[in-house]
Write a new protein. Sequence first.
Length: 303
Amino acid sequence: MARMSSDFFVQRLKDWGVSRIYGYSGDGINGVLGALQRAEKEGSGIEFIQVRHEEMAAFMATAHAKFTGELGVCQSTGGPGATHLITGLYDAKLDHVPVLAIAGQAESTVRGASYQQELNLDRLFADVAAYVQEASAPAQVRHVTDRAIRIAVAGNAVSTIVLPKDIQDTKYEEPGQAHVFTRSGTGYAHPIVVPQPADLARAAEVLNAGAKVAILIGAGARGASAVVTEVADLLGAGVAKALLGKDVLPDRADRGDAPLALPAPGCRRGDRRRRLATSAGQPCHRYREARVSKKWSTAPRFI
């Protein structure tokens, strides 16, 4: 049996290290689902998590990227299935995590005919995705897949690949080594970005000049817990954690490796965050109950 473009596509995802896909079935993407099943039988498959709604697939892929550091992958059919991915993909975009969205599409032979469930998906995903491309030929699948994943991983962004149904079921063709063909490969290595010495010196001046220094860390501090702890010790600073930085330092403040780790911002009066911040000489917001009309709910506010 000839290898279909969908079989090559699944193997290419595997070559990039994709181990799990969150998605939902549908006529427009069943070629890829069939390829996943064939790969599973051969012992080289990718785990497929069947969701109850495409929006869940996008959010699950985003969460996968946030908490594993890997590329998150979600999949849907075309038409309404693809539109359901949008909300979850915006979560990935705004939190800067790498996610690949795979969407089916009506056959390329009927594109532009207002065919059943035909939408202009490249326009739909244009704002949320840093890269979006619809494949129009089997030889195009290779570089579209490689570039989509590389851009997502390099830029911590969303990429989208749109695969028409007939392209999925067409015999795969390697791009030629000739004019009008593009060849590409797998793999990406993140560069080491080092600040300018003058900028580091200026940052040190600002920190050393501070009488009461507080540190807020997020996902960008992941992998730098030792450095964060050292800086906090030198400055006597408390460290508060945004949601995506919760795993950078432990919550318990009496551990030797995080003596001044504070709970996430937004805690109320009388909590451990207030006691730690006060004892460490750190600035701490005071709360008071706002007096408002009975038609409004009472809530604490900063003063």
